[in-house]
Design a protein around this ligand. Structure first.
Ligand SMILES: Nc1ncnc2c1ncn2[C@@H]1O[C@H](COP(=O)(O)OP(=O)(O)OP(=O)(O)O)[C@@H](O)[C@H]1O
Ligand SMILES: [Mg+2]
Length: 474
């Protein structure tokens, strides 16, 4: 791992590649039409709307322009003088431009009423179409959306590329480019190489475990084990022997000596997930090993010592848990030498296009489907959704959509997002399963993400709630 740390290495936001400023750059559009009046009108309109426009009066000139420089979008007429009605030249141009730059969003202009041409163009890789004479507002909106989508695809592709290189070193993929994530990336880059104990907080599905893996794989302990314990999933009473191990005969069922997770993580990292659920009675033992590195297996008096870096995660507010006496304050100050707060996805919507593109590629590869993009309507739906289940929910939505999709671009309908931007659907519109999901989300929100309390409110055991969380992808 370079001294730049994981923030720089794995996330676009923290690196300084030349195309970094793409998001702030004036969008550059290539327009091709053999009618100079059309090009003049486009120039006037696009300039006023903050675009830079380069024009070409023939397919050959359009290709030459793209060979010289990159564009954020291309706007092409389908009919050219040599062959004014079939649109064949225009369709060929779509294909050739896409071959030169597969991430270039192409929008075609068709004569009013000639939908067949538009359909044929979309089949060959055009992303959208407008009809002539065009509606100014709609044309601008279409171009803006395509520019944004194209940039997201490019960022996603570059991150994938960087990550492929990094995966050889075992670095997991993290996509984060939004202003809300920049401080997080900076913090990760600074603390990863150290041995500092890190507490990762954030709602369900925000990427806490992913952060734990990044912290481990970019630390000096990367070659040793990362051992994960889901404290929330441990039955009451087994915490101590799970963590510290036991000797034969220590309790009924202890048939042999067994090493605990602290011993397994010696030299490496221990990830304690859902740490708010450590029983109060066990918190003192945890504190001791964190202070001294020493512990005994259950049933043994021999003191063992280990070198373990602790990363813990919670979706509860440990400070208020401590204030209410459910979590030891001295333990809190031991585990949160550094606290990494992951913002919910709704506070970093800028990341949605790149995350969606990333999950789309991953699932398309996994299910061997030839799906390369999502259409503008689908992107709008993703951007409008409230994402109560955060990045994991986005991952699941894209997985389902890839499975459902029939075409080679995902459409809004494939996403199955029933909650509209304007609010939740009424009870009558929901299935029993969806109602359950909503009630669980509400209970979690009410208890600040504390699973035990939410389970109590719902009349479920904690493990029953965990099973449901998993099933609903929450
Ligand atoms: N920034 C990101 N870039 C790419 N993938 C991400 C990102 N954040 C999360 N993911 C993916 O989303 C899924 C959920 O993330 P993760 O399991 O780390 O969340 P979590 O906060 O631990 O959730 P929970 O609270 O439910 O345990 C994982 O598959 C993870 O790899
Ligand atoms: Mg987790």
């Amino acid at each position: 791992m370079s001294s730049d740390g994981p923030g720089r290495a794995v996330a676009a936001g923290a690196s300084t590649a030349p195309d970094e400023k793409a998001a702030e750059r004036v969008p550059r559009v290539l327009a091709a039409d053999d009618d100079p009046d059309v090009l003049a009108a486009l120039k006037l309109l696009l300039k006023a709307e903050g675009f830079e426009l380069e024009t070409a009066t023939s397919p050959a000139l359009a290709l030459a322009a793209l060979e010289k420089r990159d564009f954020d979008a291309a706007l092409l007429d389908l009919n050219y003088a040599r062959d004014t009605t079939s649109g064949r030249e225009g369709l060929e141009l779509v294909e050739r431009l896409r071959a030169l730059d597969p991430t270039l969003p192409v929008v075609v202009m068709t004569a009013w009423g000639s939908v067949e041409g538009a359909v044929a163009a979309v089949r060959r890789g055009a992303r959208d179409y407008v009809q002539k004479p065009w509606d100014n507002a709609r044309l601008i909106q279409t171009l803006r959306t395509q520019v944004e989508l194209g940039r997201a695809l490019r960022v996603g592709q570059r991150l994938e590329h960087e990550n492929r290189l990094l995966r050889r070193e075992g670095m997991p993929t993290m996509i984060a480019d939004s202003p809300a994530m920049r401080p997080v990336l900076d913090l990760l880059a600074r603390v990863s190489p150290s041995d500092a104990n890190v507490l990762v907080t954030g709602e369900h599905g925000t990427g806490k475990e992913l952060v734990a893996r990044i912290l481990h794989s970019s630390s000096a302990r990367a070659q040793r084990a990362l051992v994960t314990v889901n404290v929330g999933g441990l039955a009451e009473g087994v915490f101590e022997s799970e963590l510290f191990g036991h000797v034969k005969g220590a309790f009924t069922g202890a048939a042999a000596d067994r090493a605990g997770r602290f011993e397994l993580a010696d030299g490496g990292t221990l990830f304690l997930d859902e740490i708010a659920n450590v029983p109060l009675a066990q918190q003192a033992k945890l504190l001791r090993v964190l202070q001294t590195g020493e512990f005994e297996r259950v049933g043994s008096s021999r003191t063992r010592s280990v070198s373990v870096r602790l990363v813990s995660a919670t979706n509860a507010d440990l400070h208020s848990e401590a204030a209410e006496g459910r979590f030891r304050e001295d333990l809190l100050f031991r585990i949160n030498t550094v606290e990494v707060r992951l913002p919910p996805l709704r506070e970093r919507r800028e990341d949605i296009p790149a995350l969606a593109a990333h999950f789309l590629r991953a699932h398309a590869r996994r299910y061997r489907k030839n799906i390369e993009s999502l259409d503008a309507e689908a992107l709008r739906a993703l951007l409008a959704h409230p994402w109560p289940g955060n990045v994991r929910e986005l991952d699941h939505v894209l997985e389902r959509a890839v499975l459902m999709a029939r075409g080679d671009a995902l459409e809004a309908g494939d996403l199955g997002l029933r909650v509209s931007a304007t609010g939740a659907p009424s009870l009558e519109q929901m299935t029993l399963d969806e109602v359950e999901r909503v009630l669980i989300q509400k209970a979690l929100a009410r208890h600040g993400g504390n699973v035990s309390d939410a389970a109590k409110t719902l009349g479920l055991s904690r493990s029953a709630l965990y099973r449901r969380l998993e099933r609903h992808g929450l």
